[in-house]
Design a protein around this ligand. Structure first.
Ligand code: OSB
Ligand code: MG
Length: 370
């Protein structure tokens, strides 16, 4: 395919409810949508779901814009490439880091490739299921009663697995109350790196609540202390922020830093890198699941297709569009089936159409390269 032009959209959308984690409160989603058009007029869409500030990773919407506009897009426009994997031999390799930024372009190239081949992204990637298990990630609330009410509502909506954000001071007592109310609900927690190894005694208290896993308890760079912690607690450790490359997977495996990996395609650079990590985890016997970053319907499409792969062994942080936005920028919106699953589309590419009029309305900055 020969790349004709690349459009970047800086989009700002209000979340239906604020999302609080150990690193702060999000009321809006600022994200970069990428549109790539090839010579024949076919179009692929991608998303770089960064945060406004460097809270989850060092990247921000401004750094992603800079890297995409000034370095990645100019190199791709006018070039002839086989597909997304080629991007990684050229500019993808040359531009260091900035995985979330590069993920937007990688995804758009996968959507484009799938459409040109007339295949759904799931089938192109080797997906084995037509429905994926949806879960919901619930933020930190003002008090436990408010949290219990939220959980009740989410279970009524059909979510079968609940993930709760924790931080020091919002952990053992909160989970004890939730477990008492819901003894059988599949439950897991996510600390977003809020603890240190010195906190192991309070983390050990979570062992009695039959949690599926604890996600990213310690600092993202600290594979060594995660390995120590894994020997002190019985709740399985799942890594999120720590896994930015396939080399992190190898190190975590050799050190015994985790039992499970939350694979977020954007955190590792997109679908190409996500697939490599999926395949490695499958061969090493590390179960994975697909995490989210409050993506719009565009990014969500890639999460759904990845979640259809065989290495995915747990429910995913992939919820319906309505959990995030009043109106999503794709059609049809992502919706939950009564059995708590989301259907994997069979239409070409990610399988949903971008509502360009709505996209224009939520776009705060736009630029065409090429
Ligand atoms: O740590 O998994 C996380 C959202 C933004 C950034 C980090 C995380 C999250 C979530 C929400 O937990 C997952 C989702 O529903 O998209
Ligand atoms: Mg996480």
């Amino acid at each position: 395919m020969k790349i004709r032009n690349i459009d970047l959209y800086l989009v700002r959308m209000k979340l239906v409810s604020p999302f609080e984690t150990s690193f702060g409160v999000e009321t809006h989603r600022e994200t970069v949508i990428v549109r790539i058009e090839e010579e024949g007029g076919e179009v692929g869409w991608g998303e770089s779901p960064i945060m406004e500030g460097p809270w989850y990773s060092y990247e921000t919407s401004q750094t992603a814009w800079h890297v995409l506009r000034d370095f990645v897009a100019p190199k791709l426009v006018g070039s002839e490439i086989d597909g997304p994997k080629d991007m990684w031999k050229g500019v993808g390799k040359r531009v260091r880091g900035h995985n979330i930024a590069k993920a937007g372009v990688d995804k758009a190239l996968w959507d484009l490739k799938a459409k040109l081949e007339g295949k759904s992204l799931s089938s192109l990637l080797g997906g084995i299921r037509d429905r994926i298990h949806s879960g919901i990630s619930i933020g930190i609330k003002k008090n436990i009663d408010e949290l219990l009410k939220t959980i009740e509502r989410r279970l009524e909506e059909g979510y079968k697995r609940i993930k709760l954000k924790i931080k020091p001071g919002w952990d053992v007592e909160v989970i004890r109350r939730v477990r008492k109310e819901y003894p059988d609900v599949p439950l897991q927690v996510d600390a977003n790196a809020a603890y240190t190894l010195d906190d192991y005694l309070s983390l050990r208290k979570l062992d009695r609540f039959d949690l599926l896993m604890i996600e990213q308890p310690l600092d993202e760079d600290d594979l060594a202390d995660h390995s120590q912690l894994a020997r002190k607690i019985s709740t399985p450790i799942c890594l999120d922020e720590s896994i930015k490359t396939i080399y992190d997977v190898k190190a975590a495996y050799l050190l015994g830093s985790c039992e499970i990996i939350n694979l977020k395609p954007s955190r590792v650079g997109g679908i190409t890198k996500g697939l490599e990590i999926h395949d490695l985890c499958l061969s090493l016997g590390i179960p994975i699941w697909i995490g989210g970053m409050l993506e719009t319907g565009v990014g969500r499409g890639f999460l759904v297709s990845l979640a259809s792969l065989p290495g995915v062994k747990f429910p995913n942080d992939i919820s319906a569009s309505s959990r995030y936005f009043k109106e999503d920028i794709v059609e049809p919106e992502w919706s939950l089936n009564p059995d708590g699953t989301i259907s994997v589309p069979s239409a070409p590419g990610i399988g949903v159409e971008v509502k360009e009029e709505l996209l224009d309305r939520v776009t705060v900055r736009r630029e065409r390269i090429g």
